[in-house]
Design a protein around this ligand. Sequence first.
Ligand SMILES: N[C@@H](CCC(=O)N[C@@H](CS)C(=O)NCC(=O)O)C(=O)O
Length: 207
Amino acid sequence: MKLYGHPLSTCTRKVLCTLAEKGHTAEFVFIDFAKNEQKQPAHLARQPFGVVPVLEDDDFGLYESRAIIRYLDARLSGPALTPSNVRERALMDQWISVEQGNFSGPVMKAVMHVMFAPMRGEAVDPAIVAEGKAGGARVLDVLEKALADCEYLAGGFSLADICYLPYLEYAFATGMGEIITERPNVNRWWQRISARPTWQKTIGKAD
Ligand SMILES: N[C@@H](CCC(=O)N[C@@H](CS)C(=O)NCC(=O)O)C(=O)O
């Protein structure tokens, strides 16, 4: 298998973490954003929207990180990351949809602003940060209740937990960690899932 991606990309990280959880690796093909490689014809032939990641499994190509991690979980040996219980599986899908539809957008808008405004010689705009935090907090308020009496979002550790990890990591890295730490159940969940060796490996903090 080949994975086309960028090690700092949130969507690539979901796939790398899933591979690690399954106990597999893929050949990593670095797509250099600094050279705009994701918008070049060779990559557009794999991913017509000009983004990463892309998975190639022999003659089968697949893009969209959440589709890729579902494919990998079904395709590879290793621990199941999708609950067998039909209601837990439905909950997993619900939380992945909430991540995609409500959480990662506002959080990443603020994260990118904090990371890139100084590089453009611009001041960080507190209003953009506040908006991202408010959007993230709205979802974390809901997760706080959902995590009141369970360790993970959908039964055992699942693809749903993996989907939140990259965005929570960047929230901390850009000074927005309090939206996590001020919610005790969310904070315990974050501590639990981010300590996994597979996540530490994904972000380059462990072998
Ligand atoms: N919905 C897509 C989003 C992919 C995406 O936005 N990837 C970002 C990195 S996380 C990217 O390639 N950005 C480069 C660009 O927009 O030019 C997925 O889940 O795979």
